[in-house]
Design a protein around this ligand. Structure first.
Ligand code: CMP
Length: 410
């Protein structure tokens, strides 16, 4: 769908939502109070919109399925202006079927995993509570429980709403009490609905609030579990601090997500695109990648494995066997000479190291230590050899770097 069309479709959905809500609010009021002339105008406006919706939907789908016909029936029934045609009549209540559209809209959003779904749910619960309270207040009014003449100058709807909220949330203050048997039964029903509704709502809201920030909740849970474990196993406090530091950094930079684990679940086509996007920071920073062919960049980027090092960590030490080379996505490392103290070079974002051992098959010529937190990407020897064998441009670039750092190799 084109962006313009998508915008129109969303705007139309919003208009439908407002119209359905208008019906849900207006119809019961019309039934109990007759409604002012301005209400008639609104009724006409809503009716025109709902009938237009029938034509929009007919235009959208040339051939209707069984479900399509059912929805069309809902739309047609909701579009009939019973109130205008016959005055206040219970038939008007049929128009509330349009609310089924609101329910189906929410189901669709849920299926699509709409972002901020929990906030939506919170608002949606509030929406239904408001409607139910409104309907119950109209019901109380319909029972003529508050005769207008007994409350001169007071808005009877407001009084009914007040009675309804106090009865739903507690058992009421006793200032408005049922007088007849029917009113007493109604009050009992409202109290019972109140118990159920608020039990449901409070449980729901507690769940929603707890999940408003799922990644933060997950992070707090992980940290609590880790802290308990580290205390139980009596880890030295410096080590505990480092573990907490690592998780803190991962939380700060990636909301605590382990990207490799997340992309691992994706099908190959998506996996390639998503992991390329996730590694775009390093791809953009490595100067060589800018001039390299798309295929080569893709192959290297896909093979790179993200790793995090903490301040002072050794990525490897001089003399070790080399199995990987590293690209620096974010952070700084020091190349230390064999004596372990002399800093030969400091490398930062976009540079790489560890290539000499892979190209020459020598043990590591130097130690490399992280200065601060470092986001590195490791490329294993097997993939490195394969890529070098197939890409002379990459081989030449690496060779030039080896010559510069290690001296002529032949
Ligand atoms: P390797 O020998 O595999 O492991 C140590 C790495 O440090 C080495 O590969 C190079 O990538 C890097 N290195 C060694 N000497 C220098 C230098 N003078 N300047 C920058 N990097 C270096």
């Amino acid at each position: 769908m084109k962006p313009g069309n998508r915008f129109l479709a969303r705007a139309w959905t919003a208009v439908m939502f407002i119209s359905a809500t208008g019906l849900a609010v207006g119809v019961p009021v019309h039934l109990v109070q007759g409604g002012p002339p301005s209400g008639r105008l609104l009724d006409i406006a809503v009716t025109v919109i709902l009938l237009a919706d029938v034509f929009v939907r007919l235009g959208e789908s040339r051939s209707l399925t069984a479900a399509g016909w059912r929805w069309l029936l809902v739309d047609v029934v909701a579009g009939i202006p019973f109130g205008i045609l016959f005055g206040p009549t219970p038939l008007e209540l049929l128009r509330l079927v349009k609310l089924a559209r609101v329910v189906s809209m929410m189901a669709l959003w849920w299926q699509r995993n709409t972002p901020r779904w929990n906030t939506f749910r919170l608002l949606y619960s509030g929406y239904w509570i408001a409607l139910v309270v409104h309907w119950l207040a109209c019901g109380w009014l319909a029972l003529r429980a508050i005769p207008a003449e007994s409350l001169p100058g007071q808005n009877t709807y407001l009084r009914a709403l007040y009675w309804c909220v106090t009865t739903l949330t507690s058992v009421g203050y006793g200032d408005i009490t049922p007088q007849t048997e029917v009113e007493t039964i109604y009050a009992i029903i409202v109290m019972t609905i109140g118990v159920g509704m608020f039990g449901y709502v409070i449980g729901n809201i507690a769940h929603i609030l707890a999940n408003l920030h799922p990644s933060r909740t997950r992070y707090v849970e992980t940290m609590e579990r880790l802290n308990a474990f580290m205390e139980y196993r009596d880890l030295p406090s410096s080590l505990q601090d480092r573990v907490r530091g690592y998780y803190g950094y991962r939380w700060e930079k990636r909301l605590g997500f382990d990207e490799s684990a997340i992309v691992a679940d994706l099908p190959p086509s998506l996996l390639a695109d998503v992991s390329l996007y996730l590694k775009k920071d390093v791809i953009e920073k490595v100067p060589f990648f800018k001039g390299a062919g798309e295929e080569l960049v893709r192959e290297i980027a896909l093979a790179m494995r993200p790793v995090i090092y903490m301040p002072g960590d050794y990525i490897f030490r001089s003399g070790e066997k080399g199995q990987e080379m590293f690209f620096i996505g974010r952070g700084q490392v020091e190349v230390l000479a064999k004596d372990g103290r002399t800093v030969q070079a400091t490398l930062h974002d976009g540079q790489f190291f560890g290539e000499i051992a892979l190209v020459l098959g020598h043990p590591r010529t130097a130690s490399v230590r992280a200065v601060g937190f470092c986001d590195l990407y490791a490329l294993d020897k097997e993939t490195f050899d394969r890529i070098v064998a197939r890409n002379p441009e990459f081989a030449a670039h690496i060779d030039a770097m080896v010559r510069e750092r290690f001296g002529p190799t032949s």
